[in-house]
Design a protein around this ligand. Structure first.
Ligand code: BTN
Length: 251
């Protein structure tokens, strides 16, 4: 396939570079991978810890033949793609936390940040940014993350070939995007549910207006919005805002 791949020693954020690549018309599957990031970005404007040479930081371009309103589901499609890939890659059991977190046990080993844009021909495309802690050791994890972060090396005891993982994730992602286009979201959502580690747990949702809803996590609905049943029995469908779950580790 005629992918455009950029492998950079360092950059601010692979998502930013991939957006530029996509705006220039790069094909689906094209990607940016960096050995380190100086301004790696996470969800809700958070920084993504991106030291040199130990982890995977990459962003893939997707141009799926789907309705524009379905683009946000690509984050969950990518979650399943990465979880399946890591199972095949090293027998690693990944858990997913809505909408974009990759867990091993009770600690986070990666995350997904999807962003959407249009190119010079006004065609929409997605940038699917994926960070996976690969060969990070316990002593390299900053103190403020040590209780909540982990890596594939820490959990499996084996070092990871980062570029091999980059290529395998792409294959898995493109395969699942293809399935999403041809068969829709419901089967992929079923698989997402099987990886969900917080279903049935207590949670709170900080609404964008500043109020908070306490309840139980019922998992994502068929559109990918998170359902929370509050103490009155009302079911809310969460598409944005901060969600905090209890039951594994409080975070
Ligand atoms: C999250 O869990 O909040 C999402 C983290 C996404 C991090 C990746 S690293 C590669 C890509 N470039 C970025 O700046 N962010 C994503």
């Amino acid at each position: 396939m005629d992918f455009t791949d950029l492998h950079l020693a360092t950059t601010d954020s692979t998502n930013r570079v991939a957006r530029q690549l996509g705006q220039g018309g790069a094909a689906q599957g094209s990607a940016v991978v960096a050995d380190s990031q100086t301004s790696g970005r996470g969800r809700l404007g958070r920084a993504w810890f991106s030291p040199a040479g130990t982890n995977l930081y990459c962003s893939y371009i997707a141009r799926p033949d789907i309705e524009l309103e379905d683009y946000p589901k690509l984050t969950m499609v990518a979650g399943v793609a990465v979880a399946q890939c890591l199972k095949n890659f090293g027998g690693i059991d990944i858990g997913l936390k809505w909408p974009n977190d990759l867990f091993i046990g009770s600690r986070k080993c990666g995350g997904i940040l999807s962003e959407f844009s249009t190119d010079q021909n006004d065609k929409p495309f997605a940038v699917i940014g994926i960070g996976i802690n690969c060969n990070l050791t316990e002593s390299e994890i900053p103190d403020d993350l040590s209780a909540i972060a982990t890596s594939l090396l820490i959990e499996s005891g084996s070092a990871v070939d980062i570029m091999q993982l980059f290529n395998d994730v792409r294959i898995s992602l493109l395969y699942l995007i293809n399935e999403f286009e041809s068969s829709g979201f419901s089967e992929i959502l079923e698989r997402w549910h099987r990886f969900d580690i917080y279903r049935g747990k207590k949670m709170s949702w900080a609404r964008p207006d500043g109020t908070e809803v306490q309840g139980v996590n019922l998992g994502p609905d068929r559109d990918g919005a998170l359902m929370v049943k509050d103490t009155d029995g009302t079911i809310h469908h969460v598409v944005s805002g901060e969600v905090t779950f209890t039951g594994l580790l409080d975070r």
